[in-house]
Write a protein that binds this ligand. Structure first.
Ligand code: UDP
Length: 316
C-alpha cells in the first residue's frame, strides 16, 4: 500500500485531499497543529485504519515512521484574516515548515507537492495570470507574510529539486470554495453565504469592482492529484477561469440563498488584488485537467452545507 503524508491534513483542502487519497487506496498520515485546521474535518475517519493524525506543527522536526511515497505540503493559514492575525506563524510554516516537509521527502525518497498560491502574483499587472508571470507583490505590506512565505516555499522546492533531485511539484491554487471552510474564516465565500443565510447585510469591501475566479474544491483536488502523478516540475495554476466582480458575486449569493440581505460597503483591505483569473492552458496541456463543476452547482452544494452550520453553530 502506498503512503502519503498530508501536512495541514485537518484543514479545508488538506482534508478533502486526504479523502481523495484514501479513495485511491493510499494510507494517509496527516500532520496538523490544528491552528486553523479543525478536527471536525477528519472526524469521519475515526475508524479508518489507513488514516492517522500526528498533531504537531511542521515547523518542528517531523518524525514519520515507515516508508512514504509522497508528501503533500498543504499546511498554512490561508485566509487573509488568519494570516493577518498570525503573521509570524504564517511566515514560519511557509519557510521553516516547507524546509522540514522537503527534508522529510528527501529522507524518504518521496515525491513532494507544494501547495502554492495565486497570491504569488500579488496585485497582478498581467491578466489572466500565466505561470510565466513573476508577480507584483508588496513584500512589506500586511499580505506580504503569506505571499512571500509561499514564494520562498516555491524557491526552496525548486532548490531541493535541483540540488537534491527530489521529485517536486508546485501547484498555484486560485480561490477555492466548498464544504469544510470555516464559517468565520473571513474569506468571501463563507462570509457572504453566512451573512445571506442569517439575513445580515453582505459586507462588500471597496466598491466591489475587484474580480475573483472561484473553483469548487473537488475540481481543485483532482488537479492536485493529477499533478502529483505527473513528471512536471514547474508551477501549474489550478483554478476556475470563470471571473466575476465581488459585487456580482454578492448578488449571486443573495439569489441562490433566497435571502433578503442588502449590501453594505466597507473599506478595501490593503493590497487587495484588483483582478484575478487563472490561465489554465498549462494544466489543460500537461495534466489534461479542467474544472467540471460550474459556479452555480458548486455554490448550491456549499450553501446547503453552510445552512446546517448557521442553524447549528456547534458544528462550525
Ligand atoms: N471580500 C469582501 N467581503 C468580505 C470578504 C472578502 O468584499 O466579507 C472581498 C475581498 O476584499 C477580496 C475578495 O472578496 O477582494 C476575495 O477575498 P478573500 O478573502 O476570499 O480572498 P483573496 O482572494 O483576497 O485572497
Amino acid at each position: 500500500m502506498k503512503t502519503a503524508v498530508v501536512t495541514g491534513g485537518a484543514g479545508f483542502l488538506g482534508s478533502h485531499l486526504t479523502d481523495r487519497l484514501l479513495g485511491e487506496g493510499y494510507q494517509v498520515i496527516a500532520i496538523d497543529n490544528l491552528l486553523t485546521g479543525n478536527r471536525v474535518n477528519i472526524e469521519h475517519l475515526a475508524n479508518e485504519p489507513r488514516f492517522s493524525l500526528i498533531e504537531q506543527s511542521i515547523v518542528d522536526y517531523l518524525d514519520v515512521p515507515g516508508e512514504v511515497d509522497v508528501v503533500y505540503n498543504m499546511a498554512s493559514p490561508a485566509s487573509p484574516i488568519d494570516y493577518l492575525e498570525l503573521p509570524i506563524q504564517t511566515m514560519k510554516v511557509g519557510s521553516h515548515g516547507t524546509h522540514r516537509a522537503l527534508g522529510l521527502a528527501k529522507a524518504k525518497g518521496a515525491r513532494f507537492l507544494q501547495a502554492s498560491t495565486s497570491e504569488c502574483y500579488g496585485d497582478p499587472l498581467v491578466h489572466p495570470q500565466t505561470e510565466e508571470y513573476w508577480g507584483n507583490v508588496n513584500p512589506i505590506g500586511p499580505r506580504g507574510v503569506y505571499d512571500e512565505a509561499k514564494r520562498f516555499a516555491e524557491a526552496m522546492t525548486m532548490a531541493y529539486h535541483r540540488v537534491h533531485k527530489v521529485d517536486t511539484k508546485i501547484v498555484r491554487i486560485f480561490n477555492t470554495y466548498g464544504p469544510r471552510m470555516r464559517l468565520k474564516d473571513g474569506r468571501v465565500v463563507p462570509a457572504f453565504v453566512g451573512q445571506a443565510l442569517r439575513g445580515d447585510a453582505i459586507t462588500v469591501f471597496g466598491d466591489g469592482s475587484q474580480t475573483r475566479s472561484f473553483c469548487y474544491c473537488s475540481d481543485l483536488i483532482d488537479g492536485i492529484f493529477r499533478l502529483s502523478q505527473s513528471d512536471f516540475h514547474e508551477p501549474v495554476n489550478i483554478g476556475n477561469p470563470t471571473e466575476l466582480t465581488i459585487r456580482e458575486f454578492a448578488d449571486r449569493i443573495v439569489r441562490l440563498t433566497g435571502s433578503a440581505s442588502g449590501v453594505t460597503y466597507q473599506p478595501l483591505p490593503v493590497d487587495d488584488p484588483k483582478q484575478r483569473r487563472p490561465d489554465i492552458s498549462r494544466a489543460r496541456k500537461v495534466l489534461g485537467w479542467e474544472p467540471k463543476v460550474d459556479l452555480e452547482t458548486g455554490l448550491r452544494l456549499t450553501i446547503d452545507w453552510f445552512r446546517t452550520r448557521v442553524t447549528q453553530p456547534a458544528l462550525s
